[in-house]
Design a protein around this ligand. Structure first.
Ligand code: 5AD
Ligand code: SF4
Length: 437
């Protein structure tokens, strides 16, 4: 095999995993191509967080089914691979390779087996010996880089497949993280995003024994870095010291993504989230009291089994109480192996859809209001690209807002640069402005 194609679904962890897979395959002498038609090896790095995400990969596999006869090799990687394992061979018999995220270091070996005639190979062990070796990573963006600090998840939220697809928590040593951060800064990356399913429960396995806040301070101090972000946080492990670290160092972005999932204590208990609405609001208060004007974003699931109209209204009230800068919202989707699968009082799809629309409409209003408050401010953006249709540059603020802006035609702008932009208009999802300098 000489060529491969890879399509990635799901979260940033998956996007970063694909960067590692691409680097590994390129290191084996394969080259990446842009379409499945042109590839000898077609890989899908999959997500199984909701049923819809899982179905996508099976649709894709159906699309190119006939190509398998012509010698094309198909592989399923990531969360669906780990969750479904060898059952994938039954559902899509033309697949030859099934490999979960903890086994990517074994990919070269698995490809050799396919090369020597094996029809079906798997890498499905979730053993915790996996290394955080990253020297082969092929990064997609020349300015912003992901760094994995912790893999897996030890929580057991009743709706969530992640503990099954990514296994138990394993933290990476602080030494190895800092080494990667310094290397990236030396290579010219100015923004780093620390990744993990639950970054707050980071616990340095080396004798230094750092917690997440300490790690954040140290990464923030790496010379050459201008922005450090992190995701995802679990409210239970979110301590005030994280906010203190953000207050101390402007390199640490003033944005925290803190998934709440629901606003009613009854639903939070059913979800096994391990905090109450009051616990959550205390963390919000820490952020609101910060001098850094921290933007707060969240994830919400509507229609968890047993969610009454009153429970849902409690979630709507939470939106008013917190005034999120942005949120991701989802209809509850029953997932294999999870505790919620056996719960009674499932809501129908129509009702879930109704609640989702109400929630999103309400949030739209909040975002428009919050974004409008920024008109007249000067914000620093990192340039992410240029929109040829609108002739605007696309920038991102430290708060993680999109700020599209115009600049004098003579200004030699490039992606990755940082500029000051005056905010002149606001929509619910983005801001518009003019470059100041
Ligand atoms: N159904 C719907 N949404 C889910 N999420 C996780 N599991 C499910 C599920 N079974 C959402 C949560 C999580 C985000 C990444 O996806 O809100 O924070
Ligand atoms: Fe999807 Fe979760 Fe896997 Fe990320 S970790 S790819 S969100 S199932």
């Amino acid at each position: 095999m000489k060529t491969f194609y890879i399509e990635t679904f799901g979260c940033q962890m998956n996007a970063h995993d694909s960067e590692k897979v691409i680097g590994t395959l390129v290191g084996q002498g394969l080259s990446q191509v842009e379409t499945p038609e042109h590839a000898e090896l077609v890989l899908y790095n999959t997500c199984s967080i909701r049923d819809k995400a899982e179905q996508k990969v099976f649709h894709r596999l159906q699309q190119f089914k006939r190509e398998a006869g012509k010698g094309k090799v198909f592989g399923v990687l990531g969360c669906v691979a780990q969750q479904e394992g060898e059952r994938i061979f039954d559902r899509a018999p033309h697949v030859s390779l099934v490999c979960g995220s903890a086994s990517y270091t074994k990919l070269p070996e698995l490809l050799v087996q396919i090369g020597s005639g094996s029809k079906r190979v798997t890498g499905l062990s979730l053993d915790t010996e996996e290394t955080f070796e990253t020297s082969f990573t092929r990064r997609d963006n020349p300015h912003r880089a992901y760094i994995t600090i912790i893999e897996g998840c030890d929580k057991s939220c009743a709706y969530c497949v992640v503990p099954f697809t990514r296994g138990p928590e394993r933290s990476r040593t602080s030494d190895s993280i800092l080494r990667e951060a310094r290397e990236l800064a030396d290579m010219g990356y100015s923004e780093i995003q620390l990744l993990g399913q639950n970054v707050n429960s980071y616990q340095d396995p080396s004798p230094a024994g750092w917690d997440f806040a300490r790690l954040l301070r140290e990464v923030g101090a790496v010379s050459g870095l201008r922005r450090v972000r992190f995701t995802t946080s679990h409210p239970r492990d979110f301590v005030k010291d994280i906010i203190d670290a953000i207050d101390e160092n402007p390199v640490l972005c003033n944005h925290v993504h803190l998934p709440v999932q629901a606003g009613s204590d009854k639903v939070l208990t059913g979800m096994q989230r391990l905090y109450t609405r009051d616990d959550y609001m205390r963390r919000i208060e820490w952020m609101k009291n910060s001098p850094r004007n921290i933007s707060i974003t969240t994830d919400i699931i509507v229609g968890f089994p047993g969610e009454t109209e009153q429970d849902f209204e409690a979630t709507l009230r939470l939106l008013d109480d917190v005034e999120y800068d942005s949120l991701f919202s989802f209809k509850y989707s029953p997932r294999p192996n999870t505790a919620a699968l056996g719960l009674a009082d499932a809501l129908d799809e129509v009702e879930k859809g109704r609640r989702l629309s109400i929630l999103q409409e309400k949030q739209r209003g909040i975002q428009l209001r919050k974004n409008s408050e920024l008109i007249g401010n000067v914000e620093e953006v990192m340039i992410e690209g240029f929109n040829k249709a609108t002739l605007q540059w696309i920038g991102r603020t430290s708060q993680n807002r999109t700020l599209n802006f115009v600049a004098p035609e003579t200004a030699p702008l490039q992606t990755g640069q940082y500029h000051q932009v005056l905010v002149t208009r606001a929509g619910p999802n983005s801001l518009v402005g003019e470059m100041v300098h």
